[in-house]
Design a protein around this ligand. Structure first.
Ligand SMILES: Nc1nc2c(ncn2[C@@H]2O[C@H](COP(=O)(O)OP(=O)(O)OP(=O)(O)O)[C@@H](O)[C@H]2O)c(=O)[nH]1
Ligand SMILES: [Mg+2]
Length: 308
């Protein structure tokens, strides 16, 4: 996305931005001398899509364009001299002809570009839930895994391959309560979820076992949905499933049963052990059904019972 556009705009140089003819999008920029700052100017989503962000200089062809140059001023001998400055201000020529055109400089723009990962599935979970381990289990990606929070600092993409097609899965850095206010790694990564078709909520079944002070899975789900909604209203309203990870840990089965009781509605819960790749085949089928099979289950905040 062209997120921010700073334009040093000459009034006669660029009065509008004409985005690609395909998209037919136009942003009118007021004609004024001073610098302008525009936000969220344009999103480039299609292959080959183009955006017009600055106009090149005009005219300034100099005596070359007159075709009456004496031999010693021919471009072949004066390539180095025919730089932009010469073209802009050629002055009176040696051959006595008036310069063909003084020319005008082009407009200048400073752009801040923002990359939003495009994936079919976004793995959304708290730090340490096992998202990266899971991506490694379902695809050939080899993301770094660590037993501490915020191991993943940048999104990882992996391909989940089937016979006839493949699904792209994005493992993004863990989200914590307050991510939309820039806590943890903050909302910098929430934007990657904007592009995904399907949300896979990854919860850690073991986080509150054995007196560990982690957040129980149903609270993880509630906090994750709230963070998505704080970032962008409606962001959580897309086909989703729940991945209940670390089912191998002692006591995790009981937590899974409680999670099933606390999640109402139709969203499917897939118990997995990402490290041993258990439950992964069923999960792959579930992802396939959501991305390509026409299934659509949305996880609403009201569906998650936190306080009993
Ligand atoms: N027992 C058990 N441990 C797991 C499982 N999956 C992952 N882990 C462990 O959980 C820890 C965190 O795994 P990661 O895959 O790095 O977690 P993450 O969600 O990507 O973490 P961040 O990148 O910090 O958001 C690592 O020590 C993994 O070995 C599992 O199925 N069972
Ligand atoms: Mg990770």
């Amino acid at each position: 996305m062209v997120n921010q556009f700073i334009q040093d705009n000459r009034s006669d140089a660029l009065s509008h931005l004409d985005y690609s003819s395909e998209s037919q999008m136009k942003v009118e920029v007021e004609e004024e001398e001073e610098e302008q700052i525009l936000y969220n100017v344009m999103e480039l989503k299609e292959k080959g899509q183009r955006v017009f962000i600055a106009r090149g200089g005009e005219g300034g062809l100099g005596n070359v364009s007159l075709g009456k140059l004496p031999n010693d001023l021919k471009p072949s001998k004066h390539k180095a001299a025919m730089n932009r400055d010469d073209a802009l201000d050629f002055g009176e020529s040696d051959c006595g002809e008036a310069p063909s055109s003084t020319g005008f400089p082009g407009s200048e723009s400073v752009l801040i570009l923002e990359l939003k990962s495009i994936a079919d599935v976004g793995l959304v979970g708290m730090p340490n839930a096992g998202k990266s381990t899971l991506l490694g289990a379902i695809s050939r990606a080899k993301p770094t895994v660590g037993h501490y929070a915020f191991t993943t600092l940048r999104p990882n993409l992996g391909n989940l391959n089937f016979d006839d097609f493949s699904i792209t899965v994005a493992d993004i850095p863990g989200l914590i309560k307050g991510a939309h206010e820039n806590r943890g790694l903050g909302h910098a990564f929430l934007r990657h979820i904007e592009r995904t078709k399907v949300l896979a909520f990854v919860v850690d079944l073991a986080s509150s076992l054995d007196g560990r002070k982690g957040i129980p899975p149903w609270e993880q789900l509630r906090d994750l949905i709230l963070e998505l909604e704080h970032h962008q209203e409606g962001l959580s309203s897309r086909p989703a499933l729940i991945i209940a990870n670390k089912i191998d840990e002692d006591g995790a089965e009981a937590v899974l049963e409680e999670l099933k009781r606390r999640v109402k509605g139709v969203v499917q819960i897939y118990p997995v052990c990402a490290v041993l790749e258990e439950g992964v085949a069923e999960l792959k089928d579930g992802l396939r059904a959501l991305v390509h099979g026409g299934e659509s289950y949305v996880l609403n905040i009201e569906d998650v019972v936190v306080d009993c």
